[in-house]
Design a binder for this molecule. Structure first.
Ligand code: NIG
Ligand code: FE
Length: 411
């Protein structure tokens, strides 16, 4: 099937020589074509260019962008999208002064969600998650990584991963799944955390791998959660099954998580509020994508990761929603784009690269997604009429997406 999108005011994020990620000064480079067309064939980008150069406009579907802009869909490389219930009571506790760690220590937080996920049926979890995926599509996402992590028992972790498998089968989004067996320490393992780590290694990892349920492995490596030693053991065990790491690191303290991620050649390390020169030094020259989660920092009112310093040092930065009920209950990547500019002082070009190509890299799909390049999957959206691409982060809170295409098909 051949689809032509005509009369595009500006085609944003084009690449002639596609790269897997952008780093340092490259982050400020965002190529665009004004008054453009985009040609899609069999779900892939076949050609693009200026309208005046469009010779053959034969197509099964002709779409008039009517002066809207076209952007590559967002890649949301870090979410906990499968969950049950919500946690607005804890949100109020936080407003009253309790910290994230204090809530976790008394059995709230991740353990609260775990209890609800254990009680929920696979079908309930699937229906809720599919609803959230539909919201994400509406805000312009085209690829999503989804973690387990609210199971806390082998059975419930596998249940979550099976839900993600069904979402992969039935959603037009490109989905990657991550086993996050070590997200919190169940009450019955308090004081003997190593035994829980053993459970992750002896049961969760081999069983998830046997059913082919996970693409990646994650650990919450931070103060009050899992240590670097715990993480080393679990990531080594995951690597034996071909699971590459993507870890939560340095959200709460200088936990050594970033160095640990680099040692294991993790695909990404995420959060990074506590990043100093030593962590930046460790990341330089590595294949690990530093990923910042502006929604969580905003919602928990935390210090901000030193994104400008990281880019000045030559690093690339990715950004994702972290959609979850405890620290970032939002599916909206357009808001993340605005936060990137407002709270992290990124220029719109840098922020757009962070939520498309670099977040695509952070979930292992930037060879097929994250920019407008020939041969890539045709996942893109057409905006409502907007004056410039800078308007995307500027007009925060409003949905600027008019039409969405995934695998070349309007959704
Ligand atoms: O990425 N930081 C750890 N995990 C999640 C929060 C999970 C929760 O509070 O339910 C995060 O922010
Ligand atoms: Fe997370």
């Amino acid at each position: 099937m051949r689809t032509i999108v005509k009369n595009i005011k500006e085609l944003v994020g084009v690449e002639y020589a596609p790269k897997l990620r952008k780093q340092g000064k490259e982050m400020a480079v965002l190529e665009t074509i004004k008054d453009a067309y985009l040609l899609v064939e069999d779900g892939k980008i076949k050609a693009f260019g200026e309208m005046k150069d469009l010779k053959d406009d034969n197509a099964d579907v002709v779409v008039d962008a009517k002066g809207g802009m076209v952007f590559p869909s967002f890649c949301d490389s870090h979410t906990h999208l499968v969950y049950a219930g919500s946690r607005e009571i804890e949100y109020c506790d936080k407003i009253r002064g309790l910290s994230y760690e204090e809530i976790a220590m008394r059995g709230g937080g991740i353990l609260n969600s775990a209890k609800r996920v254990q009680e929920a049926s696979e079908q309930e979890l699937y229906d809720d998650a599919m609803g959230r995926l539909e919201q994400m599509i509406g805000f312009g996402s085209g690829a999503v990584e989804i973690k387990s992590g609210y199971g806390m028992t082998t059975e419930a972790e596998l249940k979550m991963l099976r839900v993600i498998r069904r979402l992969k089968e039935n959603s037009p989004l490109t989905i990657k799944s991550t086993l996050l067996g070590a997200h919190g320490i169940p009450m019955e393992y308090r004081g003997r955390q190593e035994a829980f780590v053993d459970l992750v290694i002896d049961e969760m990892i081999p069983q998830a791998a046997a059913e082919g349920l996970a693409d990646y492995i994650d650990v919450f490596t931070d103060q009050g959660f899992f240590t670097v030693e715990d993480t080393d053991r679990m990531l080594d065990a995951g690597a034996k099954y071909g699971l590459r790491a993507k870890i939560h690191a340095n959200e709460l303290a200088y936990s050594g998580g970033i160095q640990c991620a680099v040692r294991h050649n993790a695909l990404s390390c995420d959060h990074l509020e506590y990043t100093s020169d030593a962590e930046i030094e460790a990341l330089l020259g590595s294949e690990t994508m530093p990923t910042v989660l502006p929604g969580a920092a905003f919602f928990l009112n935390m210090v901000h990761a030193p994104v400008r310093k990281m880019m000045d040092a030559g690093l690339g930065v990715a950004m994702a929603s972290d959609c979850n009920p405890g620290s970032s209950p939002s599916t909206n990547m357009q808001l993340i784009l605005s936060m990137a500019c407002i709270n992290y002082r990124m220029l719109p070009e840098e922020a757009i690269n962070a939520v498309t190509l670099n977040s695509g890299y952070a979930m292992g799909v930037s060879d097929q997604l994250g920019s407008i390049a020939v041969g890539k999957k045709a996942n893109f959206y057409i905006t409502k009429p907007i004056p410039s691409y800078e308007y995307m982060p500027y007009a925060y809170g409003e949905n600027k997406v008019a039409r969405k295409f995934l695998n070349g098909v309007e959704v």
